[in-house]
Design a protein around this ligand. Structure first.
Ligand code: AMP
Length: 434
């Protein structure tokens, strides 16, 4: 026989299926995030996954890794240059401008939860399609807006049962950064022989990025580097001090990290990052971060509008919650199972199922299975309290059986009275009058 030439397809590298067993924890995190944003007065926004490639080039920066190496972009059949979004802020800012949200009472507070795409090297905790949730506060230059974002994230991690460390820094204004950049360039030039070719390239383009480096060599060199805090002007220093003052007032523990620069071009003033702390108290993994981006709205064609925001990685949060076996509520188990035998019974069961569901009974069935025995196995597996059984005899008699799954006692009930009987029994066991 000829061997089948059909190929077995698999998920593309860096992509993954989100299986039924993954969803309870995803749903749990989503519900926490949603209620957090509601309570802090944020409105939800969803922008398209596909945008003009120029939006990300301009917003994220032409020289960033995200744009040069990781963005999925293509020219479509209509010669439009498009990209899958690698992050959420650019799209939200575009929407803010496009829909005239500058005319709404400011600040406008928006949150999102969506898929992002980056063609990074796949490794543990890094995917090419992943979820981020995040928020943007547009139209406030107040330090309290920066602090509020940090505080609410801290609260979320408390609620999720994850210990984190908050790192904060200020990148100052453009002017502060320019003088810092000069000082930093001079410093790294004095130790340039210790840098590799790529790092030398970074030094000539964007020396601040060297502070982001994970190379132990550069990490050691950072020790002797000048610190941004010494280059902040009066206003920037005051802004930053106010932010940390609010954090102190609310007893939010944080760590000043003068090497924190974040990988995107649009940040100024306050930047922050949330880092997971392992059981030994060591920093392990960045869960997300953000900062102020006062020039971005203008850069993308809007009126000058100060703004601040952050993005968090959902997969990392979920993976760690799993690893640490953090308790999450499971979806409720159905109360009643409907088993049937024969065509007539199936028809009648379909109707009864709808009726029970309509009055709010958590009912389940397996109409696709033929035998009563198999259906009883499903009922057992699902852990229901009662099973209703409709066979040929019951159809003829106008009755139905109700089986108490705990003690196995079965009773014959008039079919017309079964809905009331189910309600009565459930209200007894659940104590909620259902
Ligand atoms: P960033 O804005 O790049 O700092 O991303 C914010 C957060 O999103 C990170 O701290 C991660 O938790 C998450 N994240 C970024 N890239 C990926 C990725 N490729 N896969 C999974 N999560 C990611």
């Amino acid at each position: 026989m000829k061997k089948s030439s059909k190929k077995n397809f698999q998920t593309v590298r860096g992509m993954r299926d989100i299986l039924p067993s993954d969803w309870p924890v995803v749903d749990f995190v989503f519900s926490k995030v949603q209620s957090l944003y509601r309570s802090y007065g944020f409105d939800r926004i969803e922008t398209p996954i596909v945008e003009d490639v120029g939006l990300f080039q301009r917003a994220v920066g032409m020289e960033t890794d995200i744009v040069t190496k990781e963005m999925y972009s293509w020219v479509d059949q209509g010669d439009e240059r498009l990209a899958l979004r690698p992050e959420g802020t650019a799209g939200v800012v575009r929407a803010y401008i496009e829909h005239g949200m500058l005319n709404l009472p400011q600040p406008v507070k928006l949150w999102y939860w969506g898929q992002m795409f980056r063609r990074e090297r796949p490794q543990a905790g890094r995917y090419r399609q992943f979820w981020q949730f995040g928020c943007e506060v547009l139209g406030s230059d107040q330090p309290v807006a920066d602090a509020e974002l940090i505080i609410m994230m801290y609260r979320l991690f408390e609620e999720l049962g994850l210990a984190i460390k908050v790192k904060v820094n200020s990148l100052g204004s453009e002017q502060c950064r320019a003088s810092y950049r000069r000082a930093l360039t001079n410093y790294f030039k004095s130790v340039v022989s210790k840098l590799n070719a790529e790092q030398k390239e970074t030094l000539s383009h964007n020396p601040l990025r060297l502070l982001d480096s994970r190379d132990p060599n550069v990490i050691a060199l950072k020790e002797g580097a000048p610190q941004i805090i010494d280059y902040l002007n009066e206003d920037c220093r005051e802004h930053f001090l106010k932010v940390v003052d609010y954090l102190d007032d609310l007893d939010i523990p944080y760590q000043l990290d003068y090497t924190l620069v974040r990988g995107l071009d649009y940040y100024n003033q306050t930047v922050f990052e949330f880092v997971l702390v392992d059981e030994q108290g060591n920093e392990s993994l960045a869960l997300g971060g953000g900062g102020r981006y006062d020039k971005l709205v203008e850069e993308l064609g809007g009126r000058p509008t100060p703004a601040v925001g952050y993005a968090m990685g959902v997969e990392r949060i979920i993976n760690i919650m799993r690893e640490r076996k953090i308790d999450i509520p499971m979806p409720p188990v159905p109360d009643v199972f409907l088993a049937q035998l024969g065509d007539e019974a199936r028809k009648k069961s379909l109707k009864l199922f709808e009726e029970l569901r309509r009055i709010g009974v958590n009912v389940s069935q397996s109409f696709g299975k033929e035998g009563i025995k198999q259906q009883m196995e499903v009922a057992n597996k699902r852990g229901v309290k009662f099973t209703l059984i409709l066979g040929q005899k019951e159809i003829m008699d106008g009755t139905i059986l109700i089986r108490d799954m705990e003690n196995g006692i079965q009773e014959v009930i008039d079919f017309n009275k079964i809905v009331g009987e189910v309600q009565k029994r459930l209200s007894k066991v659940n104590g909620n009058g259902q």
